[in-house]
Design a protein around this ligand. Structure first.
Ligand code: 8YV
Length: 321
């Protein structure tokens, strides 16, 4: 008998096809299942494995209501702040994520945000949408040069390192802040700055790649934005919980920040619409990993984890040991 699986989130067709071929699978149609639909489906199907996305909050309460048949929660994401891992462990339910497979596309997207914010992509797009028709003088609507600038990276995990590698191609000087210094072969020529507050005044551009959690909650706030030099560019493709959005709005509205690029928000999808009204803020709807190749790889990796645990093997990407 193939293992019983719930895919509670919308996945690419290739991932759904593989889930159907290798599991006795129930799969969310176009939309992610609500938590109550997920619990209902898991109970009805006596699921052994549940695949979720970061939009589905697997709190201790939700995990406590999963049927006893469930042996693994496999999230199709690298971030796992939406899963109460201790609660899963307490019930002996494996929890896994998908590290590695989304590193390159998320780093690419970070550069999209850096370039779009610095080079005023949102404003130029709006000008073209409205028909253009009026020449700009050589001194009008100017952006900021990216190449050769100093880039600060908070969080030098896989994605931070991939951003640092790309920054070298732009001739940038890279500084990073991380819980600990990396071995030199993984630093990509970047300079370690142990103190976040010491890093900030040195950044022309700051990008966040740290996980959400108590230590990073609203790490960008009125005080830390003020420590960036006037005219800095700020980018976040990690988690919205790292940013006090009131403080970001203030820093953009006052002109302290030249521009910003956000792929993630404190509240998703119902993000704070005041952000929409800031022309120097380039916005994307949490799409850092959203390429055909990467979303397939993430889904396949979640299925690999589910298959391993259902077959009695260790998970490939365990979140607890
Ligand atoms: C996903 C992400 O798009 O991996 C993560 O942590 O935030 C993104 O890659 C999102 O979580 C959907 O699962």
């Amino acid at each position: 008998m193939p293992p019983r699986l719930i895919v509670a989130c919308g996945v690419p067709a290739a991932v759904a096809a593989r889930a159907r071929a290798e599991f006795d699978a129930r799969i969310a149609e176009d939309q992610d299942m609500t938590i109550s639909a997920l619990l209902q489906a898991a109970g009805d199907h006596q699921a052994q494995a549940v695949v979720v996305t970061s939009a589905q909050k697997m709190t201790a309460e939700v995990i406590g209501r999963l049927p006893a048949s469930v042996r693994i929660i496999a999230t199709s994401s690298v971030g796992y702040d939406h899963i109460d891992v201790a609660a899963a462990q307490a019930r002996g339910i494996a929890a896994t994520n998908t590290p590695g497979v989304l590193t390159e596309c998320t780093a690419d997207f970070t550069f999209l945000l850096i370039l779009a914010a610095s080079r005023r992509a949102r404003e130029y797009g709006a000008i073209m949408q409205s028909g253009w028709r009026q020449r700009y003088g050589l001194g009008d609507a100017l952006g900021l040069r990216v190449s050769g600038k100093t880039l600060g990276i908070l969080g030098m995990g896989r994605i931070g390192q991939a951003v640092a590698a790309r920054a070298r191609g732009f001739g940038m000087r890279v500084l990073y802040c991380n819980r600990s210094r990396l071995p030199p072969d993984r630093e990509h020529g970047a300079e370690y700055v142990a103190e976040f507050r010491a890093l900030l005044p040195r950044c022309d551009i700051l990008t966040l790649h740290a996980p959400a959690g108590p230590q990073t909650s609203r790490i960008m706030n009125a005080e830390t934005f003020a420590l960036l030099p006037r005219g800095a560019v700020f980018v976040n493709a990690a988690r919205g919980a790292l940013v006090d959005e009131d403080a970001l709005i203030g820093a953009l509205a006052s002109g302290h920040l030249f521009a910003a690029g956000l792929d993630v928000f404190a509240s998703e999808p119902d993000y704070d619409l005041r952000l929409r009204d800031l022309p120097t803020l380039f916005l994307a709807p949490h799409m850092g990993s959203a390429t055909i190749e990467t979303r397939n790889a993430m889904g396949f990796r979640a299925l690999d984890n589910a298959a391993a645990v259902c077959a009695g093997r260790d998970p490939i990407d365990p979140l607890w040991h």
